[in-house]
Design a protein around this ligand. Structure first.
Ligand code: IPD
Length: 307
């Protein structure tokens, strides 16, 4: 019911704040430690897929808080997810909490501020509540279906509503495009890394711009946190974000927030495919996501407007 959902939202927001503060305590304890030789992380699948004590302890805290309050709900967390479990197992119809205790683990280990906790509540496969808290940045993003998306509980998202149309015909001029590198470092000519570099070049290149159809992108970014990418698309700071290789905990809270802010999510490759891609009903379980920021009332089909 509405009331129950409201309670879940309030609980998730408080839990996000508490978990983020815990993360920040871990980060502070590390100030000055760089190079001390202390074992800060261990490797999972490869040398860039890492886990820290902060990931594990924050997940344990979030998991036990949820289980205490909602003992019948299912819990999926990045660190408790067991390798080899079938992907079908992940998100079903039942009420499910999907949590990344520390998104941007590499950033965290370098004390690069782009890291956050991400908590989503999913019903019937739909991300309904999303909480993302980046404690170093003091940015809290929250959303609940039907109640809008918010920054620090006071500013409604998107903050910026111009200037591009929501589904540009090709890489739109004047936008900021964000793309993550993921963790796959296998260097094959047609592999992930190469395709990403290629799409970066396509987006950045002058070709395709200045012909009245596209235009040069203003900038290309890689934050190192897929979760914060979503939040920044919802804010309007990023126009487009794309990544192949995400897991449910990387995207669930971000999807709830972006959808509530009026943005679009699809599973496609930029820039060629996104015009024809199906936008409705993003299926959690895909690895590939493309997010497009909310359009504003000042957007037009043909061109950009500046404020
Ligand atoms: C990762 C980050 C990274 C993205 C990866 C994610 P983690 O999450 O969001 O930017 O490229 O796909 O798995 O491991 O830091 O929680």
């Amino acid at each position: 019911s509405e009331r129950e959902l409201g309670e879940i939202y309030d609980f998730a927001v408080q839990l996000g704040k508490d978990a983020g503060n815990l993360l920040m305590n871990f980060a502070k304890a590390r100030w000055g430690d760089k190079g001390s030789g202390e074992q800060l992380f261990s490797e999972k699948d490869n040398a860039v897929d890492i886990v820290t004590k902060a990931d594990e302890d924050v997940e344990a805290f979030v998991k036990s808080s949820i289980q205490k309050k909602y003992s019948t709900h299912k819990f999926i967390g990045e660190e408790t997810y067991s390798k080899g479990a079938s992907r079908d197992y992940l998100i079903g119809d039942e009420p499910t909490w999907c949590v990344d205790p520390l998104d941007g683990t590499v950033n965290y280990t370098h004390l690069f501020p782009m890291f956050c906790v991400s908590i989503a509540f999913i019903v019937h496969g739909k991300a309904t509540v999303g909480v993302i808290y980046a404690p170093f940045l003091n940015q809290l993003f929250t959303a609940c279906k039907g109640r809008g998306a918010w920054l620090n509980e006071t500013q409604q998202l998107p903050l910026i509503r111009n200037p591009i149309p929501p589904m540009p015909a090709r890489a739109p001029g004047g936008c900021i495009f964000s793309c993550e590198w993921g963790k796959d470092r296998r260097d094959k000519p047609d592999g992930n890394m190469h395709r990403k570099v290629e799409s970066f070049i396509n987006m950045a290149a002058e070709a395709g711009g200045r012909d009245g159809k596209g235009g040069m992108v203003h900038g290309i970014r890689s934050l190192g946190s897929a979760t914060l990418d979503f939040a920044y698309v919802a804010m309007g700071a990023f126009d487009i974000w794309w990544e192949g290789g995400c897991w449910e905990w990387d995207v669930s809270a971000g999807i709830a927030i972006l959808q509530e802010a009026g943005g679009l999510i699809t599973t496609a490759n930029p820039p060629q495919d996104h015009q024809t891609a199906e936008i409705t009903n993003v299926r959690l379980g895909s690895r590939l996501y493309l997010a497009i920021r909310p359009a504003g009332p000042s957007d037009t089909e043909t061109g950009r407007q500046t404020q």
